[in-house]
Unconditional design. Structure first.
Length: 273
């Protein structure tokens, strides 16, 4: 009996030691992972332009020098989009962005793995009193921007970043309330494929304005998504698991619009001013 008690006491001590070690390691891990590096988000739109925002979602004009994550994002993997063909159509950067960021100590370039990725993160160090120039080499005269660094200061480590955590996701402004409409559009989702028609014909061109869009979703595994020319994230008009019919009012601005399902092919239509 005495021997069993001694063995039990020894085992209890070992377990307690391991538990203390786990708690200590866990606490250190939490300190490491909760203090995310400050980030600069390069947010691409479907027309191959971009904006650069900070962790609070504000446009970047000047930042303290130091270490940052540069998070380059496209609304979806541009390489999955159909080739727009000959011409000057820069929808989805014609398959791949060519993002370049240069300045003192920084020479960053990415084509998002030839358009196969929609989010890539890089670590860069920005030096004091510097000017940094960003551009997309597909159309540098259109897609470009710059920001400066201060002479001194320390980057603020965010509690929750713009791109994740408990922060609010970006909300598209294309979807609007029920106001006066120019016409009715009918969308369907069936067998993973989307259709978009008006008066019984496939939509190819529309005038800019507000429309009533009625969606009939017959697929429990596919949703209807739409992207405008300046959209930085897809707008879901019918969730992936939703089945049924509902209507929304949508504001269509001039440019090339994209609609698709998560399982089907991608389609385009034009909106004219």
């Amino acid at each position: 009996m005495t021997a069993r008690i001694r063995r039990f006491a020894t085992l209890t001590g070992v377990v307690a030691g391991v538990a203390a070690l786990l708690v200590s390691t866990g606490s250190a891990g939490l300190r490491t992972t909760s203090a995310a590096a400050p980030s600069l988000y390069v947010m691409y739109a479907m027309n191959c332009t971009f904006t650069i925002v900070d962790d609070s979602g504000k446009t970047v004009t000047s930042i303290p020098p130091g270490h940052y994550q540069v998070d380059v994002r496209t609304p979806l993997a541009f390489g999955t989009m159909p080739n727009p063909g000959p011409g000057t159509d820069m929808t989805a950067c014609r398959g791949a962005p060519q993002f370049q960021l240069q300045g003192p100590g920084v020479d960053l370039f990415t084509n998002m793995t030839a358009g196969c990725e929609s989010d890539k993160v890089f670590t860069e160090t920005f030096q004091p009193n510097g000017t940094y120039v960003a551009q997309d080499l597909n159309q540098p005269s259109v897609a470009h921007g710059s920001f400066t660094t201060l002479a001194s200061g320390t980057p603020v480590v965010p509690t929750v970043t713009y791109g994740g955590g408990k922060g609010k996701p970006e909300v598209s402004t294309d979807i609007v309330g029920s106001l006066a409409v120019l016409g009715t559009l009918n969308a369907t989702v069936s067998a993973g494929k989307p259709t978009l028609t008006t008066k019984g014909k496939t939509v190819s061109s529309l005038k800019a304005g507000r429309y009533k869009l009625t969606i009939a979703d017959r697929d429990a595994k596919a949703g209807f998504f739409i992207l405008g020319p300046t959209s930085k994230a897809p707008t879901s008009l019918s969730g992936v698991t939703f089945q049924g019919t509902h209507s929304v009012a949508i504001k269509l601005t001039a440019g090339k619009w994209t609609y698709y399902t998560n399982l089907g092919t991608i389609h385009y239509f034009r909106v004219t001013a």
